[in-house]
Design a protein. Structure first.
Ligand SMILES: [Fe+2]
Length: 572
């Protein structure tokens, strides 16, 4: 989802004062000592014509299991010649204690990315890895770890979403690199598809954060170049080198407000078929992200599960591409009717609209039922809780008068209400409607079906938590059945850089604390909301509770920043 942003003047971006990154580099001596391994890489004996391969995008690891993890890099020379490499996994940074190794290649066909599934590893163990190419080329060293098995006391996850490059520095990645998290999750919008100057508008972009390519990404080369821009970011490189990432895409890895058969920001007349764009975007995602493709024959499938012993099962969903039916993109229908007009409701609420699709829904039900873990945690794109606002408030853009009138009516005992107040509280006359049909709010039956499954989990003694991105704001929400029974909790993270509600409600007119208080008072299922700050979510799960630390960075317009933390917990 793209939150429409008014052009807000930003303070001038200071000169970058980038922190010096210390990414451990293997010593030349270590490389020379492995030259016997290297010689096995090449058949010709004139590998790369003597050139050293460049590892411009660092290394990454991802999708850890108890015995394996995906290792990723990008390597190329000044030519299109394949770069054959040896990969190594060791328990020490000098690679004296090798535990696994093999060969791979970065070729033109994969955009010079290379990915291996390093298997045969021990559970719950920290490892170091690197790639060696001919002529003593060596990648930075990455650190990763495998998942635990059996009784697990604690798991720490760093959760990200919405890292828009021109919107600012990825300080949230930097803060998380030293957080002690074992695994990073990225819930989507790892990249954005826009041309330079669109999102954010040029006036509020950070001067030093220039998009590449400058155009909207449409072609294979475009999508690769945009992913490369993000992987070249120093804070992104450091995060990927520090911990494994489990990632899912949202719309902007394709185009804004994407669904199965199209997107708000896709024009078949000028940009080719949606099927072709989807194929390119998904191909490049699998090339550039450290994901273990669940079905190499169908790169549109990314939903998959991860078990952290008997403590938690993490189910990473695709609510965006594989099964999503078309959502209303606007709060005005084709006849110009808006949420104040009851005739608008059928447009907004096609209750049976599918979000995950029947196949994924059945898979998720089976995974959650079969899992023996205490916590069933979903990694998901969009906000799931019932976030609905009275039409009277929504259509006046949260005017003070409309908010006051509604809250006064709500706080007045039924016997003392005026007819006008009764009307305000009558769902037929003043329905509650989402500000975004792109979220789960646009898919009520699909959500009811999932919440019914969550209620069954509760009966079976399991606990249900949802992690969400997309909204750019921070939320801690109750997940409730229509009768109000709570079946779980939602920790929804703020963006890494993309602007939140402060882009829609300028802070001068809507002080963030007042706005947050107003929204919380209007929406029953919101326990906590922050509407204006960027950062990441540090989730710590123990048998007794899921703790969400909302780690805010003080700035994204400078690479220097401080952090502050709000903490919310859910015991299940
Ligand atoms: Fe986003």
């Amino acid at each position: 989802m793209r939150i429409k942003q008014s052009v807000v003047e930003q303070p001038a971006a200071p000169e970058p004062t980038r922190r010096q990154f210390v990414i451990r580099m293997a010593s030349v001596a270590a490389v020379i000592s492995t030259s016997g391994v290297l010689s096995a890489c090449g058949a010709s004996g004139v590998e790369l014509n003597g050139e050293v391969a460049a590892f411009n995008y660092g290394v990454a690891s991802g999708d850890p299991l108890a015995d394996r993890v995906i290792l990723w890099t990008h390597a190329r020379t000044s030519t299109d010649q394949p770069v054959r490499m040896t990969w190594q996994v060791a328990t020490d940074t000098s690679f004296a204690a090798l535990v696994a190794s093999g060969t791979t290649a970065a070729t033109a066909d994969s955009g010079f990315t290379a990915k291996v599934d390093a298997a045969g590893l021990a559970a719950n163990t920290e490892y170091f890895y690197r790639f060696l190419a001919p002529n003593n080329s060596v990648s930075p060293v990455g650190r990763t770890r495998t998942l635990p098995v059996g009784n697990v006391a604690e798991v720490k996850l760093a959760v990200f979403s919405c890292s828009d490059y021109p919107a600012g520095y990825f300080n949230a990645y930097d803060a998380a690199s030293s957080s002690g998290a074992q695994v990073a999750l990225h819930l989507g919008d790892y990249i954005y598809e826009y041309k330079d100057g669109v999102y954010p508008p040029a006036a509020s972009a950070v001067a030093a954060r220039i998009s590449a390519p400058a155009n909207e990404i449409v072609t294979l080369a475009d999508y690769r170049a945009r992913h490369a821009l993000h992987k070249a970011d120093p804070y992104a490189k450091a995060l990927h080198a520090r911990m494994p990432m489990i990632a899912i895409w949202d719309d902007h890895e394709f185009a804004n407000n994407a669904w199965m058969d199209g997107a708000e920001n896709h024009d078949p007349a000028t940009q080719g078929t949606w099927a072709a764009r989807k194929a390119i975007a998904s191909r490049v995602y699998h090339e550039w992200m450290p994901i273990r493709s669940p079905d190499p024959a169908n790169l549109l499938k990314i939903y998959r599960s991860f078990d952290f012993g008997n403590l938690l099962s993490l189910h990473m969903l695709d609510t965006r591409i594989i099964g999503r039916e078309h959502q209303p993109d606007r709060t005005v229908d084709a006849q110009g009717r808006d949420v104040a007009d009851p005739a608008f409701l059928p447009y907004a609420f096609n209750r049976s609209r599918q979000l995950m699709g029947a196949t994924q829904q059945a898979w998720l039900d089976a995974q959650m039922t079969a899992s023996k873990a205490t916590w069933q945690i979903l990694g998901n794109q969009t906000v799931m809780a019932r976030i609905v606002l009275p039409a009277s408030v929504l259509t006046t853009n949260l005017s003070t008068a409309s908010v006051t009138a509604y809250l006064t009516a709500k706080g007045t005992p039924a016997a003392q209400r005026t007819p006008a107040q009764d009307d305000l509280l009558n769902p037929a006359r003043n329905p509650k409607i989402s500000y975004s049909f792109d979220s789960w709010e646009g898919y009520p039956d699909a959500r009811d079906q999932l919440f019914a499954a969550a209620a069954k989990l509760k009966t079976a003694g399991k606990k249900f938590v949802v992690l969400s991105g997309d909204s750019h704001n921070a939320w801690f929400n109750k997940l409730t059945l229509s009768d109000g029974t709570q079946v779980g909790a939602e920790f929804a993270g703020m963006s890494v850089t993309s602007s939140g509600f402060e882009g829609v409600f300028p802070p001068a007119a809507f002080p963030p604390a007042t706005l947050a208080g107003t929204i919380k008072a209007l929406v029953d299922d919101i326990a906590y909301i922050d509407t204006s700050r960027r950062g990441y979510l540090l989730i710590t799960v123990t048998p007794g509770q899921a703790k969400g630390e909302y780690v805010y960075v003080s700035s994204v317009t400078s690479s220097s920043y401080a952090t502050s933390v709000d903490t919310l917990t859910y015991a299940g």
